[in-house]
Design a protein around this ligand. Structure first.
Ligand code: BES
Ligand code: MN
Ligand code: MN
Length: 454
């Protein structure tokens, strides 16, 4: 094993050079003009899996972006690990806030900067390199490995969901290993055992049948922007609680053990606020910051548009205004149920002066994984070997909706062994990935394959 680890350490420069190539591909999944880049990224991943030593590698077409599948099943009698990640990335806007162009990776202060560096190209690449290092040093892997790497995670993983349902035999495994979450803090080995779910809605408000002169007509009709803003404001009460009836009905409470764990993690709320540049934190009354992120559902307006937004002034009452609203959900809330409650409530609070249209854009289930799973225990021990410290267990506020699909449809244990940091600007300008964590991630991955094979 030590030889594999030495090999990983000695090959950092070339692994980073290859990661840079990956980061140069603008594989943004949401924009039609990047379709060609999505294809290039899928081909890149397939070539790297092949090169790493996987015996069967295939690009699997879907109705959307292709999936990359790889397998090496040369360890009969040993468990099978399915490694999941995504090669698609978020859009880059606002581009003017990037210090360097988002698809021209640069290394500064031990961090690699580019869109997708931490979410998720850098993280999925760790596993490809750990497998490769095993093959180069030992000629084989300690257990069976499959890869499924998708190009639609950032737009809801719809086609992967369909693919899993239709290919449970192909994807059959004992454990799913995912690195697409964050460490609790720099240098702290971490396993994530819970994720929030999501219901993502769009609300469109229509007032008069056309834009109107705001002097001639102002004060006589419902202004869709005013109405929308008023409705959004009504979605929280003065205690920061969401006002939608029955919103909290299914919320699972934190256990006593979890509350103790949160206390032991000693999050500095001062440092948290300072890092974000805010004078004070805000949220649901009666809960600490970690409790709010881990175990409380939330509602946030993600974007709002209407009327004249260009430079200068134009006196107008717009005909339409719309907003995108995300609700982060916790176990055992159901995204479809919550979406319905939302739509019903929005319509109930809308004045008769406007028409309101609500669309459910997409959603995902929350996740909780049992801490006593064999795969989780092996992962905790692997991280401890790599970092030389005790592993901490956390829940996260973000969502990876496919996690619950894996555990339900493949009946496999899921391990969330993320090596990112929440301060690495994922989905934001100047995204980056700590290269020490990249190295430790490759080492942790290698230890995991070994530990879980025993
Ligand atoms: N990797 C993130 C999710 C994440 C980030 C989990 C940090 C935990 C910590 C993933 O790529 C992501 O952005 N997910 C989306 C899901 C959505 C598009 C369905 C999210 O959380 O907004
Ligand atoms: Mn991700
Ligand atoms: Mn993401």
């Amino acid at each position: 094993m030590q030889e594999v680890i030495n090999f990983i350490v000695n090959n950092q420069d070339s692994y980073i050079a290859e990661l840079k190539e990956f980061l140069r591909i603008p594989s943004i999944s949401t924009t039609p003009e990047n379709r060609g880049d999505i294809k290039l990224a899928a081909e890149f991943v397939a070539a790297k899996l092949k090169n790493a030593g996987m015996s069967r590698v295939e690009i699997m077409e879907t109705e959307g972006h292709p999936l990359v599948y790889g397998e090496w099943l040369g360890a009969p009698g040993k468990p099978t690990v399915l490694i999941y990640g995504h090669y698609d990335v978020q859009p880059v806007d606002p581009i003017e806030l990037w210090t360097d162009p988002p698809f021209e990776p640069v290394v500064r202060d031990g961090k690699i900067y580019a869109r997708g560096a931490t979410d998720d190209k850098g993280q999925i690449f760790m596993h490809i390199k750990s497998v490769e290092s095993f093959f180069k040093v030992e000629g084989s892997l300690p257990l069976n490995v499959k890869f499924i790497i998708e190009g639609e995670e950032e737009i809801g993983s719809h086609n992967l969901e369909v693919f899993i349902s239709n290919n449970t035999e192909l994807l059959k495994c004992n454990a799913v290993l995912i690195s697409d979450t964050a460490l609790y803090d720099e240098g702290v080995p971490t396993l994530t055992y819970g994720l929030r779910g999501l219901a993502y809605m769009e609300v469109e408000v229509t007032g008069p049948n056309r834009d109107l002169h705001s002097g001639t007509f102002g004060g006589t009709v419902g202004n869709p922007i005013n109405v929308l803003a008023m409705m959004i404001a009504k979605l929280h009460d003065k205690n920061g609680r969401v006002t939608i009836p029955h919103f909290y009905d299914e919320v699972l409470k934190l256990t006593k053990k979890e509350i103790i764990n949160i206390k032991n993690l000693k999050l500095s709320e001062k440092k948290y606020a300072k890092e974000l540049g805010v004078a004070e934190l805000e949220g649901e009354k009666g809960f600490s910051t970690l409790e709010r992120i881990w175990a409380r559902p939330t509602l946030d307006c993600n974007g709002i548009i209407g009327g004249f937004t260009g430079k200068g002034a134009k006196t107008v009452i717009p005909s339409k205004a719309s907003a995108k609203i995300s609700m982060r959900l916790v176990p055992n809330q159901d995204p479809n149920k919550i979406a319905k409650l939302f739509a019903k409530h929005i319509k109930a609070i809308a004045p008769k002066s406007v028409k309101v249209n609500v669309t459910n854009l997409h959603g995902g289930l929350p996740a909780l994984t049992p801490l006593e799973d064999k795969a989780t225990v092996a992962a905790a021990s692997a991280l401890e070997k790599a970092f030389g410290k005790k592993t901490v267990f956390i829940r996260e506020g973000g969502s990876i909706p496919i996690v619950t699909e894996f555990s339900k449809k493949l009946k496999a244990q899921v391990v969330l062994m993320g090596l990112g940091l929440n301060t690495e600007n994922l989905h934001s300008p100047n995204e980056h990935f700590n290269l020490n964590h990249f190295k430790l991630g490759i080492i942790s991955s290698a230890y995991f394959l070994k530990e879980y094979s025993l």
